[in-house]
Design a protein around this ligand. Structure first.
Ligand code: DQA
Length: 143
């Protein structure tokens, strides 16, 4: 089974940015955690991060052609703005879980809007880095 984890803008700054919201763990800690899960569960997992909307669209399109079984996506700020990412997810029609480290339902109003949500089988918010693991295990059980 092949799973693609996509992280949007500023998530490479985990451990540096707004630690009171996103915690002390770094982006490398996230990669290590996902790698451990991939080994324990024998899943092929690629982790990708970009600060650029079009690159994320390209990566989602690639996942169709390389036969990815499931996508975990934290589009970060693009969650609240990007019709292009929504359309790409709809185009590839691969089971997808939306993840947010923080509880976006309890923050500014603009963070309560998610363009990608309608293309996702599940949304996990406010569980920190563990949300990614829950998303991967959800896809593993579903697929
Ligand atoms: C985020 C929440 C978004 O509102 C924000 O723009 C992010 C991270 C989260 O993981 O909690 O960059 O997606």
């Amino acid at each position: 089974m092949r799973i693609l984890v996509i992280n949007g803008p500023n998530l490479n700054m985990l451990g540096i940015r707004e630690k009171n919201i996103y915690g002390n763990e770094t982006y490398n800690d996230l990669i290590d955690l996902i790698e451990k899960t991939s080994i324990e569960n024998n899943i092929d997992i690629e982790v990708y991060q970009s600060n650029h909307e079009g690159d994320i669209v390209d990566k989602i399109q690639d996942s169709y052609f390389n036969k990815t079984d499931g996508i975990v996506i934290n589009p970060a700020a693009y969650t609240h703005t990007s019709v292009a990412i929504l359309d790409a997810l709809k185009a590839v029609n691969i089971p997808t879980v939306e993840v947010h480290i923080s509880d976006v339902s309890k923050r500014e109003d603009f963070r309560k809007i998610s363009y990608v949500r309608s293309a996702c089988a599940k949304t996990i918010i406010g569980k920190g880095l563990y949300g990614y693991i829950e998303a991967i295990l959800f896809l593993t059980n579903k697929l």
